[in-house]
Design a protein. Structure first.
Length: 235
């Protein structure tokens, strides 16, 4: 799919989305973006989280930045490419963001909120505490199988930074802490003797499965991690 194409739907439901080219961010009227830049590249765009008004230039810039960084990395995502793909001027970008680093951090923070909302929503569909812990890996498997899966955006971007205090690295650390806290909640609900210790072990299985799925192309990593989780949980 071309990076210059943006998938949109009008406010009235239609059978299939239409596509418009670069330049959609300026001069548009009352359209509603649906799955902007075809965000099926991760399944984190749960229904109400993927709709923004097409006249919200700042959101379009953030969506395009996230898409390009997830696809190719920070270093490969230059301002010229952002301007061309988003269909906005440099002046528009710098009106909202002081520099590329600030834009990158904002895009990653936005992804963090959306990804965690999606993940919690899907995992919590299981009926029991034990079922939710195992569902962590079933949900990951569905993500691995989705079109355009490229691993964890936060692990990927952390690998492009050398300084532990780099703002990008700090966003990634915050994301993983949120994930750990959520898993710890599930472990507490399950009645684990030491929920924090168990959550740390499960987080290693989660991130290990994500990494293996990306690097090895082995989506069954989620199934293998779930088997190991069963042993940890004595299920």
């Amino acid at each position: 799919m071309g990076l210059g194409l943006v998938t949109v739907k009008r406010s009235q439901p239609s059978a299939a989305p239409t596509e418009i080219g670069v330049g959609a961010a300026e001069g548009c009227d009352l359209l509603i973006f649906k799955n902007i830049l075809t965000k099926e590249n991760d399944r984190s765009t749960v229904r109400h989280m993927n709709e923004i008004t097409c006249c919200d230039t700042r959101d379009i810039i953030l969506d395009v930045t996230e898409k390009l960084i997830y696809k190719s990395g920070i270093a490969a995502t230059g301002m010229d490419l952002l301007v061309k793909t988003a269909g906005v001027s440099r002046k528009s970008i710098y009106r909202y963001f002081a520099n590329k680093e600030a834009l990158t951090v904002a895009a990653l923070q936005r992804r963090d909120v959306r990804w965690m909302l999606w993940f919690r929503t899907e995992v919590d569909k299981a009926a029991t505490p034990a079922g939710r812990l195992l569902n962590l890996f079933s949900v990951l498997k569905a993500w691995f199988d989705s079109e355009g899966f490229r691993g964890c955006a936060f692990i990927n971007t952390s690998g492009e930074t050398g300084d532990p205090q780099d703002p990008v690295r700090l966003v990634a650390k915050e994301h993983k802490q949120k994930l750990l806290d959520y898993v710890c909640e599930l472990c507490t609900e399950h009645g684990a003797t030491d929920p924090q210790a168990l959550a740390k072990q499960l987080l290693i299985l989660i991130d290990g499965a994500i990494t293996v799925a990306l690097v090895m192309g082995d989506h069954s990593a989620a199934d293998n991690a779930q088997c190991m989780a069963r042993k940890l949980l004595d299920l």
